[in-house]
Design a protein around this ligand. Sequence first.
Ligand code: PFF
Length: 450
Amino acid sequence: MDKPSLQRDSFGSRFGVIAAAAGSAIGLGNIWKFPYITGVYGGAAFIVVYLICIALIGFPLMLSEFLVGRKSQKNAIGAFKKLAPGTPWYLTGWIGMAAAFVVLSFYGVVAGWCMEYIVKAAANAFAGQSPGQIGGMFGAFISSAAKPVLWQIAFMGLTAWIVVAGIKDGIEKYSKVLMPLLLVLIIILDIRAITLPGAEKGLAFLFKPDWSKITGEAILAALGHAFFSLSLGMGTMITYGSYIHKKENLGETAVQVTLADTFIALLAGVAIFPAVFAFGIEPGAGPSLVFITLPNVFQHMPYGHIFGVLFFILLAVAALTSSISILEVVVAYFVEDLKMSRKKATLIAALIITVIGVFCSLSNGPLAEAKILGLTFMDLLMWLSDNLLLPLGGLFITLFVGWYMKKSSVAEELRSEGVKAGYFEPFIFLTKFVAPILIALVFLKGIGLL
Ligand code: PFF
């Protein structure tokens, strides 16, 4: 018998658990992606659909991941080997592992862009530039060979430096500082945005639904984004769940993390859209919204470059607490199942991911013509994670908890150490039926079969 709970590192406090798990969930997905897809799909009605997806899929899947991790006290692959020995369920963990490599490869690149933009904003580089010139600046930067790669390497180095220190002394310690910092930054930016003349239009865009804008495509985009934003389908929450103490109420933790993630996404919308409308800029600009539209907005504001610096620091901080959770998925597996030291595991994992990331970065410039299935390498990785790996990983996790695990065994874990789990029956219903069906729909649509 192994004695995992004696040997394993774990989170030291309840706040630490929330900070780390919310830190994983809150990332570029909230501040970069959520506002731009909300812009593309027309605003408030999209947000309502997104909130429904969060409740019906996000919550049960997050709780399922926590539960699998804590029950098994193992990493994303080891967890299935332990709870379902001799079955192919461990392949679910492999899907997660593949997703971790894929997502962090492009995530590190975009996070590197944020770091460059902190410097650009601090140097007041957008002052006096036309929107076209600011767009050109972004295009020239991401398509250059060396600079984005250097920033990506720096960002991955920072990620590895935190992960190598472990759970309590690394991930938890930094999340506990960085998450409150993120909250303060976003509140400052929100106050600035809602006090701009004409801010009401942006707020109406965010909060007054126009149902005619809701299409099937918008619903599926909302569903896909719920996965990405809550860090689900990859085993991140399985891995973090394995470090949560048995006395914690997992259902409550899952609710708190889900709410925190949603709240920050909405606050990011409030920081961005009033400014976009106040300066008469197109809200549906797509992925370039924060790198082109916002610098335009900032340069028209009094002291705008200071708000620009704060905004890009916010993005980089959010990205960092997410990237450490992704790297930890791989490191936990290397340490526990491949018996590497934490240092060696972190180095090897970060190195492989950084090298894949370099190709991602180059695919925006020197390698832009080298298309695979009609996509650049970076677009391909984004497509793979959004449409294939995360939904498939998530689908198998809900099926595992809803159908493979015994109900009594699920109940025993959720009610460990006398914890009350009044949500148990609705959770089982969502996990058995609602979530898998909805996830299957995203998956079929994602791969073009629907
Ligand atoms: N949730 C993160 C974000 O919103 O930026 C990204 C992410 C982290 C996705 C971890 C998936 C994951 F497993």
